[in-house]
Design a protein around this ligand. Structure first.
Ligand SMILES: Nc1ncnc2c1ncn2[C@@H]1O[C@H](COP(=O)(O)OP(=O)(O)OP(=O)(O)O)[C@@H](O)[C@H]1O
Ligand SMILES: [Mg+2]
Length: 235
């Protein structure tokens, strides 16, 4: 297995009014290229902090964060911008679509500045939105809007897709549809996916599950076989 990220003795300490909050406490992890990784843990356990450190939005207080064997914790602002632009895509619980642009136009926005964009019409079919491509966001369901957001994040063909609670605003049926889409994209393009969630059901589709609590990794589970998203049992 080729590794994509390696965290070595990573700490994140927030200082507020003389108090220290150890949001990440000595994290050591290896994430493999092309895998679906699910980070599970209760509120405040450090999941978003971990995403921010992997994506270079925040830097660690101590430790190394290796991406393809380069320490991103040592990058300057310009190198970080290029790292994010060339390699990373993001989706969030809220979809952040542009309301006066159509589905297709929203997705095209994501390809902007990419040297190697994906074919938008193929992407529309994979995310199941071909019949809705000329609609505006207000004409879509929550699950459909999230699939537009996924396609937009993927349009530039990122190596890694970061997802913070991608199904947090969705019911079971639409949530599963969104996960099916993510799984299909992982298979089709080999995109590494790092999904943060409170929902333990989602762990069954991960190759690697990282369970966090109080800023530490409590358990790492490796699945030889992953479940199909449509067969997940929702908690
Ligand atoms: N910018 C910040 N300044 C100070 N403390 C912070 C900051 N960001 C996060 N924290 C603290 O770090 C800890 C971990 O926060 P984090 O946002 O990573 O948790 P989380 O697991 O994503 O939680 P949730 O599931 O609620 O999103 C919490 O105690 C939080 O209060
Ligand atoms: Mg969070």
């Amino acid at each position: 297995m080729e590794k994509i990220y390696e965290l070595q003795n990573v700490h994140k300490i927030y200082k507020n009014f003389g108090n220290e909050n150890h949001a990440l406490n000595d994290i050591n992890l290896t994430l493999n290229k092309g895998e679906v990784i699910v980070i599970l843990g209760p509120s405040g356990s450090g999941k978003s902090t971990m995403l921010n450190i992997l994506s270079g939005i925040d830097n660690p207080s101590k430790g190394k964060v290796l991406f393809a064997n380069e320490d991103i914790a040592s990058f300057d602002e310009e190198a970080l911008t290029l790292y994010r632009r060339n390699n990373l895509g993001f989706i969030f619980q809220s979809y952040n679509l542009v309301s006066n642009l159509t589905v297709t136009e929203n997705i095209e926005l994501g390809a902007h500045l990419s040297e190697n964009p994906l074919d938008i019409s193929k992407l529309l079919k994979i995310v199941g939105l071909n019949d809705h491509k000329n609609k505006y966001p207000y004409q879509l369901s929550g699950g459909q809007m999230q699939r537009v957001a996924i396609a937009r994040a993927l349009a530039k063909n990122p190596k890694v897709l970061f997802c913070d609670e991608p199904t947090g605003a969705l019911d079971e049926k639409t949530g599963k549809k969104v996960l099916e889409t993510l799984q299909e994209i992982n298979k089709e393009y080999g995109t590494t996916m790092i999904i943060v969630t409170h929902n333990p059901s989602i762990a069954d589709l991960a190759h690697q599950v990282i369970k966090m609590n109080s800023g530490t990794v409590k358990e790492v589970i490796v699945h030889e076989n992953v479940k199909d998203a449509k067969d997940l049992r929702w908690a």
